[in-house]
Structure formats: C-alpha cells, structure tokens
Write a protein that binds this ligand. Sequence first.
Ligand code: PLP
Length: 439
Amino acid sequence: MSHIFPRNSRASLPVIDRGEGVYLVDSTGKRYLDGSGGAAVSCLGHSDAAVNAAIKAQLDRVAFAHTGFFTSDPAERLADALIAHAPAGLERVYLVSGGSEAVEAALKLARQYALETGQPARHRVIARRQSYHGNTLGALATGGNMWRREPFAPLMIETTHIAPCYAYRGQDPGESAAEYGQRVANELEAEILRLGPETVLAFVAEPVVGATLGAVPAVDGYFRRIREICDTYGVLLILDEVMCGMGRTGTLFACTQDGIAPDILTIAKGLGAGYQPVGAMLCSAAIHDAIAAGSGFFQHGHTYMGHPVAAAAALAVLGRLTDDGLVERAQTMGARLRTALQTAFCQHPHIGDIRGRGLFLGLELVADRETKQPFDPARKLHARLKAAAFEAGLICYPMGGTIDGRQGDHVLLAPPFILEDAHIDEMVTRLGTALAQSL
Ligand code: PLP
C-alpha cells in the first residue's frame, strides 16, 4: 500500500522510471510520448544535459543559503537574464518555488503598493471566468474555475469575474474579431465602475488561457484595450504566464504578441522545465521603487525563495531557450504541429476548433460542429480521452465537463520544444486512436 496522499484515491498509477528526450518510460518499460510536457512544464524534454550539469555543479558548491542572509550567484544571474528579455518596464524579479506562489506574491505586492502609495481602499481584484491561477487561497480566489473555488469560497479575498476573450464561443455572428475584442475588454471598465474605481486593486489574466480552456489566445486588440482601461483607472495589470510563458507560444513572453507589458508578470512551469520547482514574479520599477522609498520591505517571503539550485537550473533552462534557438523552434514546430492537426482533424465531425500559439495548442471537442453543441458532461469525454491516450502511449492534457456552468471538452497539447517531425506524426496518430476509442 502506498502511503502517499494521492490526488485521486481511486487511481492507481504506473511508476515513472526515467525520461529520454520527449519520452517518459515507466517501470515496466512502457514509453509515453510527452505531448503536453506534463502540464506545459517540460519545454526541454526529460534529459537535458546542460540543465542536469548546471544542477550538479551548483549542488557541489552550495545547495541552500537562506535569503535572509545571502543572495547567490545563480539567483542574481537569473534575475539579470530574465530582465534582459522581459517586456519593457519590468525591472525586478522575485524568485519563488512555483506558479501559485508567484501569483500570491503578485497579489500581495499589488496590495502593499496600493497602501504605500496612499490608496488603502484598493483591495478588490477582477479576473476572468474560465481561468486558472493556482490552488493556494489567493490564486484560487482569482481563478475563475468555479468548481475548484466553490468549497473554499468562504476563505477567499474579494474577487469578481468578467468574461474571457474566447472568440470561438463568445464572438457574435456579424461581429468582427476586433469588435468582439473591444466589447469583452470593455467589460473590465464596466466592472471597475460598478465596484468603484478607487476600490479596485488589480486585474489578473492569462494572455493565453491554458488549463481551463485549452490554449485560447485573445483576439488582436483585446489586451491593448485592457492596458488602456487599467491605466485610466489606476488598476494594476497582472498577467499570469505561468503556463503560457517561457517561450511556449513562440516568444519568450506571450504578452509580447499582444503588444503590451503588464505591471506585474508571473512565470513558473517552463522556467524550471521540470528540472527544479521554481517560479518568479517580475514587477515594474515604479512598484518596486515606491516600496523601496516607503517601508523598504516587501512583507512576504518563503523559506525556499531564490533557492540556488533551482535558480541554477532556471538559468540553464533560459540559456537553452534563448541561446540555442529553442524559442524560435517552438514557433516553427508549433506551426508544423498545427498544420498536422488541421490536416488530420479538419473534417472530424467532433473537433470544433483548433487554436493556440506556438507549441501551445488546443482542440475543442463538440457533439455537433455546426451548432457547437458540447458533449453531455455525464460522458466525461475528457477523462476517457486522457485514459485512452495514456493507454496508447500519449500524454496529453484533456479538461472539461462542466466549467462554470458552461459545458465543453478540450485537449491541450504542449510538447517539449525539442520534438522532431516524426514525433508530430506519432502524436497526431495516437491522438486520433484515442479520440476514436473515447468518442
Ligand atoms: N497560473 C497558471 C496560468 C497555471 O496554469 C497554473 C498551473 O497550472 C498556476 C498558475 C499554478 O501553478 P502551480 O501549479 O505551479 O502552483
């Protein structure tokens, strides 16, 4: 009997033995093509020599020194390298151990900034329905996945949710993409006015929605209007790139493609690429400087923040992404994967939409392509698809059922950037097999 407290007490899982490039191999020798990098984590695959070497070298120097006493060479170099590549205006880095921690830090930093700049009434957060920002209480409150939030709602900070920018289901017939983008972005302004602008702290969004919708980017112009609204009302813009950042969409930061920079940005997953648990919050000089000139102290912290081994791993990952052309590779291989998916499934009666950016792609499954009618959630299609794909030796990331009262099933593909054309063929074939078995 296992003594590990499992996520699902009824599931019995294979034991992982090793990783080989884009494959994971279990203790029976069965090989799985990692078509989703776990949950969009493993951007470099599973046996990257440069990252392994960086971790080992750092372990041989020092594994841990508390940030209350020391900074470290890898943490300093990682922060410098992130800022060198970050969207304009982001100038400081706060290193943590994962995505939820990065989002918590972002929310608390926003609140402290409001206090230290004489805006104590600002405490309300606005986010979007059908979003996910993590499972700790602040991040969970912000997320718009009602199923996850509901049991813990009494413990949460005050957050309200507006519509996501989800053109496949949201765009009205006869409305252009640009008009749709402005209409949904303007929901933010209406919500700020409804709540009282002087009480609104921040707006939080994923530039490309991952876990809850399956790689849904906003339409062009949406985020530029969002930036404008935030500036008008002094609301901080927090962009959560925990899943879509670190090159996954074909640029190191996804928001670059939307033509804007946030006040605060969160990253994790691809930052450590699975080699170490690490996340980061990047913030503007204005926020940092206000606190530096005020209390001088961000009232937050974790034991393992700025961990030297995690920082060394992340620095090596960033080097692989930027110096070895892997971000560009996410773009080119993403285009090939998308074409392969379109060729294989564009006539499929139950695939309503193929979307995403770079190597961050999603397929939406529908009972009827014409009406976009989703499948009955009782079928648990996403769960059946996940099981059938796993059986066929493909790891993908299906989600769905009833999300916030809306039905839908989708599957997210986010393979390692090192994948080759043969892996694309294998992925599409296995996905086709899994779809046929689960529909
Ligand atoms: N934010 C986004 C957009 C995510 O997709 C996730 C995880 O899936 C998180 C935050 C939480 O990250 P973590 O699971 O590392 O705490």
